[in-house]
Ligand binder design. Structure first.
Ligand SMILES: [Zn+2]
Length: 379
């Protein structure tokens, strides 16, 4: 029996009704796993540190095509502010309202029913299909996709193509595919001086005064000019703290936090050595603590981007733009394995907001788009 588009919405309702606030999965993956097992998928649950992860695969041959997504959602905020309860999954004017509807249970539901339709119709001719799900995307992301990918790498199981179903569309379903993401590097910089009385500056060493010219230089560095796929690297200072509160005391230290969103034109090593050199040139007594939260990645336009663009244009008439904007996603863990990795999903206008919603028409279209990609690559 073929899965009809309304089965996607029925599944989406079931998923949204499970209040799987990160890192809870609330049985979402077990429910999906059961459906895939019926199609012959082999299921492997890979729990880690309280996080639920699922790797489900049908077939053993190459190429291996994988959908990837997350079943966890962000907290609702004040439930009273919602026009209908965040886990009721009410459908109002063709829009399903609920936490996680767009980010990203809509994408997950579409993947599952696209797989069902593709396999049940007998269209699956070669290669393997997999689904990777985690409940740790909205949280620290240390026990989720990265754990599954490490296991696969360890046993030499290679993903060739991966679609992450994050909500990438901006104004219309199909306008944006992400084929890469910028890197994210954070730092805490402690600048030490010597505390003293403002009337006796010769006995003190003011870390604020020392920091100012160095920070000025830091914020005016041109790291790169970006490239065809990436905007230029940027650095933003997010916190600057110093002072004892008293107006007659030179503080003993200042602390600065900053973050870089960087393109592959600049390496993390180059950023770190440049900033170290700047601190020593300004004769600062510092401690620098780095947080390497995401490396940049890019999937050069090819088989996968073309299949996705083709699927989108035939469903919606829209020629999708390839883009690398936005924050970080789990694509950062998958792309380094060499898999062609792209993200495509519904409109992201309401994600993480009160009254998060997704268009049912769009989710039904998305299902057909995913099915068409499967058809092109494995049919
Ligand atoms: Zn998401």
């Amino acid at each position: 029996m073929n899965t009809t588009p309304s089965d996607t919405i029925a599944l989406l309702v079931e998923l949204v009704r499970r209040n799987s606030v990160t890192p809870d999965d609330k049985g979402c993956q077990a429910m999906i796993g059961e459906r895939l097992a019926r199609l012959g998928f082999v299921l492997e649950s890979m729990p880690s540190g309280g996080v639920t992860n699922l790797w489900a695969r049908l077939g053993t041959e190459a190429p291996l095509f994988a959908f990837a997504g997350h079943t966890d959602v962000v907290p609702t905020g004040n439930e009273e502010d919602w026009s209908s309860p965040p886990f009721a999954a009410d459908i109002i004017d063709d829009h399903l309202v609920g936490r996680g509807a767009a980010d990203m249970k809509g994408g997950v539901a579409a993947m599952v029913t696209a797989i069902e339709r593709f396999v049940e119709s007998g269209a699956h001719k070669h290669g393997s299909i997999a689904l990777l799900l985690t409940s740790d995307e909205e949280g620290p992301a240390t026990d989720g996709t990265t754990v599954v990918i490490n296991k696969l790498e360890h046993r030499n199981e290679k993903i060739d193509y991966c679609i992450v179903g994050e909500p990438t569309s901006t104004n219309k379903l199909g306008d944006t595919i992400r084929h890469g993401r910028r890197g994210s590097l954070g730092a805490t910089l402690i600048i030490r001086g010597i505390q003293g009385h403002v009337a006796y500056p010769h006995l003190a060493d003011n870390p604020i005064h020392r920091a100012m010219p160095a920070l000025n230089e830091l914020t005016t560095i041109e790291w790169d000019k970006g490239n065809d796929h990436f905007p230029p690297t940027t650095l933003q200072i997010s916190n600057f703290n110093a002072g004892t509160g008293a107006t007659n005391v030179i503080p003993g230290q200042a602390s600065v936090e900053f973050n870089l969103r960087y393109s592959p034109e600049t390496s993390i090593e180059h950023i770190q050595s440049t900033i170290k050199e700047l601190c020593s040139r300004h004769q600062l007594d510092t401690t620098l603590i780095w947080k390497d939260s995401a490396r940049p990645f890019i999937t050069t336009p090819g088989t996968l981007t073309q299949a996705m663009q083709q699927a989108i244009v035939s469903e919606t008439g829209i020629t999708a733009t390839l883009d690398t904007g936005g924050g970080t996603s789990d694509g950062r863990f998958i792309a380094p394995t060499g898999a062609q990795t792209i993200e495509f999903g519904p409109i992201n206008a309401t994600i993480h907001q009160v009254n998060e919603r997704v268009s049912c028409t769009d989710i039904n279209s998305l299902t057909r788009i995913y099915e068409s990609v499967l058809q092109q690559l494995l049919g």
